[in-house]
Design a protein around this ligand. Structure first.
Ligand code: ADP
Length: 406
């Protein structure tokens, strides 16, 4: 542990929000966390938690990301609420970036070129990269003297071979626009891959697992010898399994069909990203897994049952496909809000994986919630299933630490 680099601030900025976690890397403990919401709007909202205080403050004045981080820093050094005696005790800042394209395969230290690189990728991530740039610029204005590091959600997936990431489109068009699979949730898949290596006692370079990050957004990855071989999300986070409000995989001709019916690109995008998935199929008026399971298992909402079946079906399709691609699988790992907490969804999934050697253990499955880590499959399973809680913020802090100490 370097004496110079110890406290790392992890920032996850959107266009109107800034989430933060301050880590002490000596023991990887959280010193403070919270967020500023409604940045640039009337009545911004500040939420803060440290060992000394927990509060929600509204309205807060945060016209931009610089003001938002100033609010955070003021609380961090407040003698009654905070955890630092001076803001100079923050040694580095790690920024979560959703899209790093094919260019960013590892975390990098921020400079003008990197900001420009993230800007060039805005067409690929119009909802995420602009806010992230605002976050970086705002944080660099408040903390100009420390290293800033960007950690990309796409980076861990960039070990995929062309046979995984190529789409069957004319090469000139695909090349011109960078149309290919990139994958997302890489920081989470990376974190649980490292953790799985520790828990299973298998060295990273020999570890074959299927990692399932199942939350509002979900993705499943095949990890071979510790590196991503394939992943379910695509050029954008819309592809793959059914999600809370995202449709996941479907015939791409549906988009052309809808366009020919007169729907605009924005309307189609909205339909597929915000009005699809569980929300569209579940007949509960919600995208939330808890409500879907309650409705599906109550026996009174057949559409919810069908939606749950459709969701689990999409998980099984990827897990089965990745099992075949990997040849040998040491474990299936579940994480994310659904993977960590929903024993109903996990139970329904495990019930369908018997063909791969998974034997469910209902009593064991029921025990896993709120951060509990361990094996949920029965002892006799030839393919074990584990719940390993993810921690994307800690992974960003570790990556930032690694770069900042170089
Ligand atoms: P995001 O992709 O927004 O980070 P999360 O990983 O927080 O999402 O996952 C949110 C999903 O997890 C929701 O569908 C929610 O219903 C589900 N979830 C969270 N807690 C529970 C729980 N205790 N039981 C069942 N499902 C849960």
């Amino acid at each position: 542990m370097s004496d110079n680099i110890r406290r790392i601030l992890v920032v996850n900025a959107g266009s109107s929000s800034l989430k933060f976690t301050l880590f002490d890397m000596q023991n990887e403990s959280v010193l403070a966390k919270g967020q500023v919401e409604r940045i640039g709007m009337d009545g911004s909202l500040f939420t803060f938690e440290s060992a000394k205080a927990k509060f929600k403050q509204a309205p807060t004045v945060a016209p931009d990301h610089t003001a938002a981080l100033n609010t955070v820093c003021a609380a961090l050094v407040d003698p009654e609420k905070g955890c630092l005696s001076s803001i100079t005790e923050i040694n580095a800042v790690g920024h979560r970036i959703v899209h790093g394209g094919a260019k960013y395969t590892t975390p990098v230290r921020v400079d003008e070129t990197v900001i420009e690189g993230i800007r060039e990728l805005i067409p690929m991530a119009p909802l995420h990269n602009p806010g992230a740039i605002q976050g970086i610029v705002g944080c660099m204005a408040v903390l100009p003297d420390v290293p800033h590091v960007t950690v990309f959600d796409t980076a861990f997936h960039q070990t995929m071979p062309p046979e995984s990431y190529l789409y069957g489109l004319p090469k000139d068009i695909a090349g011109k626009y960078g149309i290919r699979k990139y994958g997302f949730h890489g920081t989470s898949h990376h974190f649980i891959t490292v953790r799985a290596s520790e828990v299973l006692g298998i060295p990273l370079d020999k570890l074959n697992i299927i990692t399932c990050h199942l939350g509002n957004g979900s993705s499943i990855s095949a990890v071979k010898n510790g590196k991503v071989l394939d992943t379910s999300m695509g050029m954008t986070p819309l592809a793959g399994v059914l999600m809370g409000t995202r449709c996941g995989d479907m015939d791409p001709a549906v988009v052309v069909f809808l366009a020919k019916q007169g729907y605009t690109p924005d309307q189609i995008n909205d339909m597929m990203n915000k009005k699809g998935g569980i929300l569209a199929l579940g007949n509960t008026g919600s995208s939330d897994m808890r409500e879907l399971c309650d409705a599906a298992l109550s026996g009174t909402n057949p559409e919810a049952k069908t939606a749950l079946d459709r969701l689990i079906h999409s998980y099984v399709m990827y897990i089965g496909g990745y099992y075949a691609l990997l040849g040998r699988v040491d474990a299936i790992i579940l994480t994310g809000g659904i993977g960590e907490n929903s024993y109903e969804a996990r139970g329904a999934l495990l019930d369908r994986l018997g063909g791969l050697g998974v034997i469910p253990d209902d009593a064991r499955n029921r025990e896993f919630r709120f951060g509990k880590e361990g094996r949920i499959s029965a002892d006799g399973s030839t393919l074990p299933v584990y719940v390993l809680p993810t921690n994307e913020e800690l992974m960003i802090a570790r990556e930032t630490y690694g770069i900042a100490c170089k």
